[in-house]
Design a protein. Structure first.
Length: 200
């Protein structure tokens, strides 16, 4: 899909920046004051996160809320981020297509440093503030489910809404059904020799 991790990161960052512009306002708790953090007056800093990341979504599901505890600590010229947050999401069930809701637990263990390693650490901010929202948005995107399921017992569409009209007498036949989809009728006219080449 992506030829390199760098390209994937570029696309991911673009999605995050675009979606953050649509995001709702939240408390200042996710904006870290770096001078206070490194002077020790505010390190380590414990944050109670409850953020509604509006606009963070994929083709399959949408992030609704991030809730949890984040610990921010200054380590020499690095910043350590750890903690556990719960990602609440919604999306269409892959079986019945009704709305599915779920919760995914995310364990944070991230580092901000200068000359960050691509795909391993985050770049140290240039200013006096560290905004945690882009990092949290990336985590949310990575942990959103690709195939949501409303329930482990979901059996798919209800028979009353999507009836399957099939003569019961066919159920006793051992061979395959002769009932054909009319949309494939044109293919029935094709004939092939043993080599697989079309002859009619």
């Amino acid at each position: 899909m992506f030829k390199s991790k760098k390209r994937f990161k570029e696309v991911l960052n673009f999605m995050i920046r675009t979606n953050l512009n649509k995001s709702n306002s939240m408390s200042e708790s996710l904006l870290i004051d770096l001078p206070n953090l490194f002077q020790g007056s505010d390190s380590p800093k414990e944050i109670e996160c409850e953020w509604d990341p509006s606009g963070i979504e994929t083709s399959y599901s949408t992030a609704k809320k991030l809730v949890g505890t984040i610990l921010v600590d200054a380590l020499n010229e690095k910043i350590s981020i750890s903690g556990k947050i719960n990602l609440y999401w919604v999306g269409p069930c892959r079986r019945c297509l009704e709305e599915a809701k779920g919760e995914t637990q995310i364990f944070l263990q991230e580092i901000f440093e200068r000359d960050a390693s691509e795909g391993e650490t985050f770049e140290f901010p240039n200013g006096e503030k560290l905004d945690l929202k882009p990092m949290l948005s990336e985590q949310a995107l990575l942990y959103l489910p690709l195939a949501p399921l409303c329930s482990d017992t979901c059996k798919g569409p209800a028979g009353t809404e999507f009836p399957f009209d099939f003569d019961q007498k066919h159920s006793s036949q051992s061979g395959p059904s002769n009932v054909m989809d009319p949309r494939w009728a044109a293919l029935d006219q094709l004939k092939f020799d043993n080599s697989g080449d079309q002859i009619a």
